[in-house]
Ligand binder design. Structure first.
Ligand SMILES: C[S@@+](CC[C@H](N)C(=O)[O-])C[C@H]1O[C@@H](n2cnc3c(N)ncnc32)[C@H](O)[C@@H]1O
Length: 241
C-alpha cells in the first residue's frame, strides 16, 4: 500500500470526510454544483477553451478528481475540436483506487468522464511521484504530482498556467497549502490575465495573492458560504514598457 494513501470516511450521504484534516472534500449540498460555482465559473473555463489552443489548468489538491471531471465535461461540451486541455494537480495523500471507485458512484452527472478516468487511475504506480494520462485522442492530458504542494517549484519550472484552482483543505487545518511561496509561484507562472479562485475568503490569502500580482475580488460563496475569492493576474509592467 502507498504509504500516504488518504485516510477517509465515505458517509452514506455521499460526503467524503477526512478525519485527519477534520474537513470534507466537497459540500454536502452538491459537489457538482459547488465545483461549477467555485472553480469553473469564476475562472471562465468554457471561454478559455475557445480562446486558447491549449488551456493549462493548475489544481492544488486533486482529492476525488471531481474538479477535474467537471472541467473535462465542460471541455468535451464546449471546446473546439482543435483545442487541448492540460490539467496539472498536486496531491500529497492520494485516494486508493478502490475508494476512488466507491466515491465515483456518487458522481451521477459525470459518469462518462469518470469511466475513462477510473480505467487509468486503477493502473497508477503510486510509488512514482509523477503520473501522466492522455484521454480523447491526446486532446486531454492529466498530470498528477503525488507530493507536497510545498515542492511545486521542483516539478514545474517554467510551466505557465491560465487558471488556478485553490482547493486545499481549510487553511486553519492545512496551512502548508496556502503559503507565501506558493502564491509567489502562482505569480511567476501565470500567463497574463490568468485567473484563480478558491472557496476561502481568508485575509492572508487575499494579501498573499495581491502581493504576487493578482487582482482579488470577494464574491458570494457556494450555498451557505458568505464569501469566496476570485481574481486574475495583471499584466507585468516590464512586458508593457
Ligand atoms: C478539499 S480536498 C480537494 C478536493 C478535490 N479538489 C476534489 O475535486 O475532490 C483537499 C486536498 O488537498 C490534499 N492535500 C492536503 N495537504 C496537502 C499538501 N500539503 N500538498 C498537496 N496536497 C495536499 C488533500 O489530501 C485533499 O485531497
Amino acid at each position: 500500500m502507498h504509504k500516504n494513501f488518504a485516510k477517509i470516511e465515505i458517509l452514506d450521504t455521499g460526503d467524503i470526510y477526512s478525519p485527519v484534516f477534520n474537513d470534507i472534500y466537497f459540500s454536502p449540498a452538491g459537489g457538482y454544483m459547488e465545483s461549477l460555482h467555485v472553480f469553473a465559473e469564476p475562472n471562465n473555463i468554457p471561454q478559455k477553451f475557445f480562446s486558447n489552443e491549449i488551456t493549462n489548468i493548475f489544481e492544488a489538491g486533486f482529492g476525488t478528481g471531481l474538479n477535474f471531471l467537471l472541467t473535462l465535461k465542460l471541455f468535451l461540451q464546449f471546446a473546439p475540436k482543435s483545442a487541448s486541455l492540460d490539467y496539472t494537480s498536486f496531491e500529497k495523500y492520494p485516494i486508493s483506487p478502490e475508494q476512488m471507485e466507491k466515491i465515483h458512484n456518487f458522481f451521477i452527472f459525470l459518469r462518462h468522464e469518470s469511466i475513462s478516468f477510473l480505467k487509468s487511475y486503477s493502473k497508477i504506480d503510486f510509488n512514482k511521484n509523477f503520473t501522466q494520462f492522455s484521454f480523447y485522442n491526446k486532446r486531454v492530458s492529466l498530470n498528477i504530482i503525488f507530493d507536497d504542494l510545498t515542492e511545486v517549484k521542483k516539478y514545474l519550472p517554467g510551466k505557465f498556467f491560465h487558471a488556478w484552482y485553490l482547493d486545499g483543505f481549510n487553511p486553519k487545518e492545512n496551512p502548508e497549502m496556502w503559503s507565501e511561496s506558493f502564491f509567489e509561484f502562482m505569480g511567476k507562472n501565470s500567463f497574463d490575465n490568468a485567473t484563480f479562485s478558491t472557496f476561502s475568503a481568508a485575509g492572508f490569502i487575499k494579501r498573499g495573492l495581491l502581493k504576487s500580482g493578482f487582482q482579488v475580488e470577494k464574491i458570494k460563496g457556494f450555498n451557505r458560504k458568505r464569501e469566496m475569492l476570485k481574481g486574475y493576474k495583471t499584466k507585468c509592467l516590464d512586458k508593457i514598457f
